[in-house]
Design a binder for this molecule. Structure first.
Ligand SMILES: Cc1cc2nc3c(=O)[nH]c(=O)nc-3n(C[C@H](O)[C@H](O)[C@H](O)COP(=O)(O)OP(=O)(O)OC[C@H]3O[C@@H](n4cnc5c(N)ncnc54)[C@H](O)[C@@H]3O)c2cc1C
Length: 230
Protein backbone atom coordinates (compact mmCIF):
# COMPACT_ATOMS: atom_id res chain seq x y z
CA UNK A 1 0.00 0.00 0.00
CA UNK A 2 1.50 3.29 -1.02
CA UNK A 3 -0.93 5.81 0.49
CA UNK A 4 -3.90 6.24 2.81
CA UNK A 5 -6.09 9.23 1.97
CA UNK A 6 -8.86 10.58 4.23
CA UNK A 7 -12.11 10.52 2.30
CA UNK A 8 -14.77 11.24 4.95
CA UNK A 9 -14.98 11.17 8.79
CA UNK A 10 -15.55 7.39 8.61
CA UNK A 11 -13.82 6.50 5.34
CA UNK A 12 -10.43 6.31 3.65
CA UNK A 13 -8.98 5.55 0.26
CA UNK A 14 -6.27 2.87 0.29
CA UNK A 15 -3.98 3.31 -2.70
CA UNK A 16 -2.31 0.04 -3.68
CA UNK A 17 0.42 -0.78 -6.16
CA UNK A 18 -0.37 -4.27 -7.48
CA UNK A 19 2.57 -6.60 -8.00
CA UNK A 20 0.81 -8.06 -11.05
CA UNK A 21 -1.49 -5.74 -12.99
CA UNK A 22 -4.12 -7.74 -14.83
CA UNK A 23 -6.16 -4.62 -15.64
CA UNK A 24 -9.70 -3.87 -14.51
CA UNK A 25 -12.86 -2.27 -15.82
CA UNK A 26 -14.48 0.77 -14.17
CA UNK A 27 -16.99 -0.60 -11.64
CA UNK A 28 -15.14 -3.81 -10.73
CA UNK A 29 -14.00 -4.83 -7.25
CA UNK A 30 -11.19 -6.72 -5.56
CA UNK A 31 -11.43 -9.15 -2.66
CA UNK A 32 -9.31 -8.16 0.34
CA UNK A 33 -8.11 -10.78 2.84
CA UNK A 34 -6.85 -9.97 6.31
CA UNK A 35 -6.35 -11.72 9.65
CA UNK A 36 -9.05 -10.59 12.08
CA UNK A 37 -8.96 -10.98 15.86
CA UNK A 38 -10.64 -14.18 17.05
CA UNK A 39 -10.88 -15.65 13.56
CA UNK A 40 -8.87 -18.80 12.77
CA UNK A 41 -8.60 -17.93 9.08
CA UNK A 42 -8.21 -14.64 7.17
CA UNK A 43 -11.48 -12.80 6.58
CA UNK A 44 -12.38 -11.73 3.05
CA UNK A 45 -14.51 -8.79 1.93
CA UNK A 46 -15.17 -7.13 -1.45
CA UNK A 47 -14.07 -3.53 -2.13
CA UNK A 48 -14.69 -1.64 -5.36
CA UNK A 49 -12.02 0.32 -7.18
CA UNK A 50 -12.55 4.08 -7.23
CA UNK A 51 -9.67 4.95 -9.55
CA UNK A 52 -9.63 4.76 -13.33
CA UNK A 53 -7.74 1.94 -15.07
CA UNK A 54 -6.24 4.63 -17.31
CA UNK A 55 -3.38 5.48 -17.39
CA UNK A 56 -1.99 2.94 -14.86
CA UNK A 57 -4.06 -0.19 -14.08
CA UNK A 58 -1.46 -1.41 -11.57
CA UNK A 59 -2.46 1.44 -9.26
CA UNK A 60 -5.82 0.88 -7.55
CA UNK A 61 -7.68 3.07 -5.06
CA UNK A 62 -10.04 1.16 -2.76
CA UNK A 63 -12.59 3.34 -0.92
CA UNK A 64 -13.40 1.89 2.49
CA UNK A 65 -16.12 3.07 4.86
CA UNK A 66 -15.91 1.83 8.45
CA UNK A 67 -18.94 -0.28 9.41
CA UNK A 68 -19.26 -0.04 13.22
CA UNK A 69 -19.00 -3.51 14.75
CA UNK A 70 -17.75 -4.98 11.47
CA UNK A 71 -14.85 -7.42 11.32
CA UNK A 72 -12.71 -6.08 8.50
CA UNK A 73 -13.56 -2.46 7.67
CA UNK A 74 -12.48 -1.07 11.11
CA UNK A 75 -9.08 -2.72 10.57
CA UNK A 76 -8.77 -1.46 7.01
CA UNK A 77 -9.47 2.20 7.82
CA UNK A 78 -6.62 2.09 10.36
CA UNK A 79 -3.95 0.69 8.02
CA UNK A 80 -0.86 2.77 7.30
CA UNK A 81 1.08 3.38 4.10
CA UNK A 82 3.81 0.78 3.66
CA UNK A 83 1.74 -2.13 5.01
CA UNK A 84 1.00 -5.06 2.69
CA UNK A 85 -2.60 -5.86 1.84
CA UNK A 86 -3.36 -9.09 -0.04
CA UNK A 87 -6.02 -8.57 -2.72
CA UNK A 88 -7.45 -10.79 -5.42
CA UNK A 89 -9.35 -9.72 -8.51
CA UNK A 90 -10.70 -7.95 -10.39
CA UNK A 91 -14.25 -9.29 -10.22
CA UNK A 92 -17.73 -8.13 -11.14
CA UNK A 93 -19.99 -7.34 -14.07
CA UNK A 94 -21.16 -3.95 -12.79
CA UNK A 95 -19.06 -2.10 -15.35
CA UNK A 96 -19.32 0.81 -17.73
CA UNK A 97 -16.50 1.78 -20.05
CA UNK A 98 -17.65 5.35 -20.67
CA UNK A 99 -18.86 4.58 -24.21
CA UNK A 100 -22.35 4.89 -25.72
CA UNK A 101 -24.67 7.84 -25.76
CA UNK A 102 -26.44 9.54 -22.94
CA UNK A 103 -27.75 10.38 -20.63
CA UNK A 104 -26.19 7.84 -18.31
CA UNK A 105 -27.45 7.94 -14.73
CA UNK A 106 -25.24 6.96 -11.79
CA UNK A 107 -26.76 6.76 -8.30
CA UNK A 108 -24.63 5.97 -5.26
CA UNK A 109 -25.17 6.03 -1.52
CA UNK A 110 -22.31 6.14 0.99
CA UNK A 111 -19.42 3.95 -0.16
CA UNK A 112 -21.58 2.97 -3.14
CA UNK A 113 -19.99 6.03 -4.75
CA UNK A 114 -16.69 4.19 -5.16
CA UNK A 115 -17.28 2.22 -8.41
CA UNK A 116 -19.24 5.16 -9.86
CA UNK A 117 -16.20 7.40 -9.31
CA UNK A 118 -14.07 4.97 -11.30
CA UNK A 119 -16.63 5.25 -14.12
CA UNK A 120 -16.66 9.08 -13.98
CA UNK A 121 -12.87 9.40 -13.83
CA UNK A 122 -12.52 6.99 -16.74
CA UNK A 123 -15.21 8.78 -18.79
CA UNK A 124 -13.39 12.09 -18.18
CA UNK A 125 -10.11 10.59 -19.36
CA UNK A 126 -11.77 9.19 -22.48
CA UNK A 127 -13.02 12.68 -23.39
CA UNK A 128 -16.72 11.94 -23.03
CA UNK A 129 -19.27 14.48 -24.30
CA UNK A 130 -22.68 12.81 -23.74
CA UNK A 131 -24.45 13.67 -20.47
CA UNK A 132 -23.81 11.84 -17.21
CA UNK A 133 -26.00 12.59 -14.18
CA UNK A 134 -24.45 11.48 -10.89
CA UNK A 135 -26.75 11.44 -7.86
CA UNK A 136 -24.83 11.06 -4.57
CA UNK A 137 -26.55 10.28 -1.28
CA UNK A 138 -24.73 10.81 2.02
CA UNK A 139 -25.69 11.59 5.62
CA UNK A 140 -23.77 14.92 5.61
CA UNK A 141 -21.80 16.73 2.90
CA UNK A 142 -18.50 15.84 4.58
CA UNK A 143 -19.48 12.16 4.37
CA UNK A 144 -19.93 12.43 0.59
CA UNK A 145 -17.06 10.56 -1.04
CA UNK A 146 -14.99 12.52 -3.61
CA UNK A 147 -17.03 15.74 -3.08
CA UNK A 148 -14.21 18.18 -3.95
CA UNK A 149 -12.98 16.29 -7.00
CA UNK A 150 -16.56 15.87 -8.25
CA UNK A 151 -17.18 19.61 -7.90
CA UNK A 152 -14.01 20.30 -9.89
CA UNK A 153 -14.89 17.72 -12.56
CA UNK A 154 -18.42 19.10 -12.94
CA UNK A 155 -17.03 22.64 -13.27
CA UNK A 156 -14.62 21.48 -16.00
CA UNK A 157 -16.90 19.08 -17.93
CA UNK A 158 -20.30 20.31 -19.13
CA UNK A 159 -21.44 16.70 -19.67
CA UNK A 160 -21.26 15.95 -15.93
CA UNK A 161 -24.01 16.97 -13.53
CA UNK A 162 -23.56 16.13 -9.83
CA UNK A 163 -26.59 16.15 -7.52
CA UNK A 164 -26.15 15.80 -3.74
CA UNK A 165 -28.87 14.32 -1.53
CA UNK A 166 -27.96 14.97 2.11
CA UNK A 167 -30.12 13.01 4.51
CA UNK A 168 -29.15 14.18 8.02
CA UNK A 169 -28.14 17.84 7.75
CA UNK A 170 -31.17 19.96 6.88
CA UNK A 171 -29.08 23.17 6.93
CA UNK A 172 -26.41 22.01 4.42
CA UNK A 173 -26.31 24.66 1.67
CA UNK A 174 -24.44 22.48 -0.83
CA UNK A 175 -27.24 19.89 -0.87
CA UNK A 176 -29.56 19.85 -3.87
CA UNK A 177 -32.02 17.82 -1.78
CA UNK A 178 -32.23 17.29 1.97
CA UNK A 179 -33.65 13.78 1.76
CA UNK A 180 -33.07 10.35 0.27
CA UNK A 181 -33.12 9.72 -3.47
CA UNK A 182 -36.75 9.41 -4.57
CA UNK A 183 -38.81 9.64 -7.75
CA UNK A 184 -38.88 13.45 -7.76
CA UNK A 185 -35.12 13.69 -7.20
CA UNK A 186 -34.53 11.32 -10.12
CA UNK A 187 -37.00 12.98 -12.49
CA UNK A 188 -35.69 16.48 -11.75
CA UNK A 189 -32.04 15.42 -11.95
CA UNK A 190 -32.67 13.83 -15.34
CA UNK A 191 -34.59 16.97 -16.44
CA UNK A 192 -37.30 14.82 -18.03
CA UNK A 193 -34.90 12.65 -20.07
CA UNK A 194 -34.86 8.86 -19.90
CA UNK A 195 -31.43 7.46 -19.08
CA UNK A 196 -29.95 5.17 -21.71
CA UNK A 197 -28.43 3.22 -18.83
CA UNK A 198 -28.54 3.53 -15.05
CA UNK A 199 -25.95 2.22 -12.56
CA UNK A 200 -27.07 1.99 -8.94
CA UNK A 201 -24.75 1.13 -6.06
CA UNK A 202 -25.05 1.01 -2.28
CA UNK A 203 -27.16 -0.64 0.42
CA UNK A 204 -29.60 -3.20 -1.03
CA UNK A 205 -32.73 -1.32 0.15
CA UNK A 206 -31.56 1.90 -1.51
CA UNK A 207 -30.65 0.14 -4.76
CA UNK A 208 -34.05 -1.58 -4.95
CA UNK A 209 -36.04 1.55 -4.12
CA UNK A 210 -34.19 3.63 -6.73
CA UNK A 211 -34.63 0.87 -9.33
CA UNK A 212 -38.38 0.74 -8.60
CA UNK A 213 -38.61 4.54 -8.87
CA UNK A 214 -36.84 4.46 -12.24
CA UNK A 215 -39.14 1.75 -13.56
CA UNK A 216 -42.05 3.89 -12.34
CA UNK A 217 -40.64 6.73 -14.46
CA UNK A 218 -40.70 4.45 -17.51
CA UNK A 219 -37.06 3.27 -17.56
CA UNK A 220 -36.72 -0.28 -18.91
CA UNK A 221 -35.56 -2.74 -16.21
CA UNK A 222 -32.88 -4.03 -18.65
CA UNK A 223 -31.32 -0.55 -18.66
CA UNK A 224 -30.71 -0.71 -14.89
CA UNK A 225 -27.51 -2.25 -13.48
CA UNK A 226 -27.26 -2.86 -9.73
CA UNK A 227 -24.40 -3.45 -7.30
CA UNK A 228 -25.60 -4.19 -3.76
CA UNK A 229 -23.24 -3.85 -0.81
CA UNK A 230 -24.75 -6.52 1.46
C1 LIG B 1 -19.38 -6.25 -4.67
C2 LIG B 1 -19.18 -5.47 -3.39
C3 LIG B 1 -18.38 -4.34 -3.39
C4 LIG B 1 -18.19 -3.62 -2.22
N1 LIG B 1 -17.45 -2.49 -2.27
C5 LIG B 1 -17.30 -1.74 -1.15
C6 LIG B 1 -16.57 -0.52 -1.20
O1 LIG B 1 -16.07 -0.08 -2.24
N2 LIG B 1 -16.41 0.18 -0.03
C7 LIG B 1 -16.97 -0.26 1.16
O2 LIG B 1 -16.77 0.41 2.19
N3 LIG B 1 -17.68 -1.41 1.22
C8 LIG B 1 -17.83 -2.17 0.11
N4 LIG B 1 -18.55 -3.34 0.17
C9 LIG B 1 -18.99 -3.83 1.50
C10 LIG B 1 -17.83 -4.62 2.13
O3 LIG B 1 -17.54 -5.78 1.35
C11 LIG B 1 -18.16 -5.12 3.54
O4 LIG B 1 -19.39 -5.79 3.54
C12 LIG B 1 -18.18 -4.01 4.57
O5 LIG B 1 -16.94 -3.30 4.61
C13 LIG B 1 -18.45 -4.59 5.99
O6 LIG B 1 -17.46 -5.53 6.30
P1 LIG B 1 -16.98 -5.74 7.79
O7 LIG B 1 -16.13 -6.97 7.81
O8 LIG B 1 -16.43 -4.50 8.37
O9 LIG B 1 -18.35 -6.01 8.55
P2 LIG B 1 -19.02 -7.40 8.89
O10 LIG B 1 -18.22 -8.14 9.90
O11 LIG B 1 -19.34 -8.11 7.62
O12 LIG B 1 -20.35 -6.90 9.59
C14 LIG B 1 -21.32 -6.11 8.85
C15 LIG B 1 -22.42 -5.66 9.80
O13 LIG B 1 -23.02 -6.78 10.40
C16 LIG B 1 -22.98 -6.64 11.79
N5 LIG B 1 -22.72 -7.99 12.33
C17 LIG B 1 -21.63 -8.75 12.14
N6 LIG B 1 -21.78 -9.90 12.77
C18 LIG B 1 -22.99 -9.87 13.37
C19 LIG B 1 -23.72 -10.79 14.17
N7 LIG B 1 -23.23 -11.97 14.49
N8 LIG B 1 -24.94 -10.42 14.59
C20 LIG B 1 -25.45 -9.22 14.27
N9 LIG B 1 -24.82 -8.33 13.52
C21 LIG B 1 -23.60 -8.66 13.09
C22 LIG B 1 -21.85 -5.70 12.10
O14 LIG B 1 -22.05 -5.02 13.34
C23 LIG B 1 -21.92 -4.78 10.96
O15 LIG B 1 -22.89 -3.78 11.19
C24 LIG B 1 -18.78 -4.06 -1.00
C25 LIG B 1 -19.59 -5.21 -1.01
C26 LIG B 1 -19.79 -5.90 -2.18
C27 LIG B 1 -20.67 -7.13 -2.14
Amino acid sequence: MIAVIDEAPDAVTLRLRLSEATGFLPGQYYNVRLEAPGRPRPVQRAYSVGSSPVPDPSLIDLGIREVPGGLLSPLLVNLRAGERLPVRGPYGRFTWDGRDGGPVLLVGAGSGMVPLMSMVRHAAQRGRSDPVVLVCSAITYSHAFYRDELAALAARHPWLRVVHCITRDPAEPRAHYHRRVDTTVLAESLEGDHPRAAYLCGPPAMVESVAAALVGLGVAPEAIEKEKYD
